[in-house]
Design a protein around this ligand. Structure first.
Ligand SMILES: Nc1nc2c(ncn2[C@@H]2O[C@H](COP(=O)(O)OP(=O)(O)OP(=O)(O)O)[C@@H](O)[C@H]2O)c(=O)[nH]1
Ligand SMILES: [Mg+2]
Length: 322
């Protein structure tokens, strides 16, 4: 699979798609090609606004991405979408369903939608999402939307890869508001109550007020105060307000030098997770070490090893045997 960095930089979508397939490949022989390509392209990346979009199944993420993506394109942007694999049993969606929900966006020449293979991880974030963002940016997309289902750890993983984290909510009232996960509020930069239309419009306004009150009593993390907006993804209403809010956030963060700082910290996290991943791969690809790893795991299961000591013993083998 020969992929030219130049083709990607020229915005060739077929090459971009192939490149993402290459970085997702688990085959050893693809690893060097993938890392060479990333090395060549990374200096050309970083220029998009990276936006995470989360929410429980059925909240309207796909519908929202269609509406918001088209709105952004109408403003002159090029939008790439790294979307939860619609065939995932967790999202409960279907490929057919998603195609119809993102029909116009998927056909637009200024959009690129890439389903994310979930690696079986809850909520659907690929290990390679970060790399896929770099590739999309190199191909000239200036906005990246990363979709994740609001279950499990995925939203934390995604919030570590994006500049702005948006959480979609369904209209709800009273007691249900109490159920909001505090952790989600802490990582979200914007809450948007979707389905603010028809019979749900009133309820949406009530829950907006409820969430605003709830946010009020939680501590602020910076000059930016998490806002609560409403929208109707189905009728493309509220998109402008949401975009305005994101731009406002960007201005404040840049003014306070927090925009780049956040990315630097995210790079460190990326480094740490790749280091862990590669170390484990290194062990597993060496038959002697792999056997040792398996034995150690069994000993831990049988209560024959104390975990910290087992780690130390295995690491000492890794560094003497390799
Ligand atoms: N009334 C109304 N219905 C909406 C709106 N947005 C989405 N829906 C409906 O809600 C249902 C779920 O929408 P999706 O966009 O598939 O939701 P999702 O969050 O992507 O769902 P999963 O992929 O299963 O996690 C569909 O029937 C949509 O038509 C909205 O703004 N208003
Ligand atoms: Mg969906």
């Amino acid at each position: 699979m020969k992929i030219n960095a130049k083709d990607i930089l020229e915005g060739n979508i077929r090459s971009l798609a192939k490149a993402i397939t290459l970085i997702e490949s688990k085959k050893n022989e693809h690893k060097d090609a993938a890392s060479n390509l990333l090395e060549e392209l990374t200096p050309h990346s970083g220029k998009s606004i990276r936006i995470g979009i989360s929410g429980v199944p059925g909240v309207g993420k796909s519908t929202f991405i269609e509406a918001f993506g088209l709105f952004l394109i109408s403003q002159g942007h090029r939008v790439s979408v790294l979307a939860v694999d619609p065939s995932s049993p967790i999202s409960g969606g279907s490929i057919l369903g998603d195609k119809t929900r993102m029909e116009k966006l998927s056909q637009n020449e200024n959009a690129y939608i890439r389903p994310t293979p979930t690696d079986g991880s809850l909520g659907g974030v690929s290990k390679r999402t970060k790399e896929a963002i770099i590739l999309c940016e190199s191909a000239g997309f200036d906005i990246t939307l990363v979709e994740t289902v609001g279950v499990g750890q995925s939203e934390y993983e995604v919030s570590n890869m994006v500049d702005f984290f948006l959480v979609l909510m369904v209209p709800s009232a009273g007691d249900e508001l109490q159920g909001i996960k505090k952790g989600i509020i802490e990582i979200s930069d914007l809450l948007v109550i979707n389905k603010a239309d028809g019979d749900l419009l009133n309820l949406a306004k009530i829950s907006q007020q409820g969430y605003e009150n709830a946010l009020h009593i939680m501590s602020k993390k910076s000059e930016w105060v998490t806002k609560v907006l409403t929208c109707s993804a189905l009728h493309s209403e509220g998109m402008e307000e949401i975009w305005k809010s994101i731009k406002e956030f960007q201005d404040i963060q840049k003014k306070n030098k927090l925009w780049d700082e956040k990315r630097k910290q995210q790079n460190l996290k990326w480094f740490e997770s790749l280091l862990t991943e590669n170390l484990l791969q290194h062990i597993q690809s060496n038959p002697v070490l792999d056997l040792e790893l398996k034995k150690t795991k069994q000993n831990i299961l049988n209560h024959q090893s104390f975990v910290p000591i087992a780690v130390k013993a295995l690491l000492s083998k890794v560094f003497t045997d390799s």
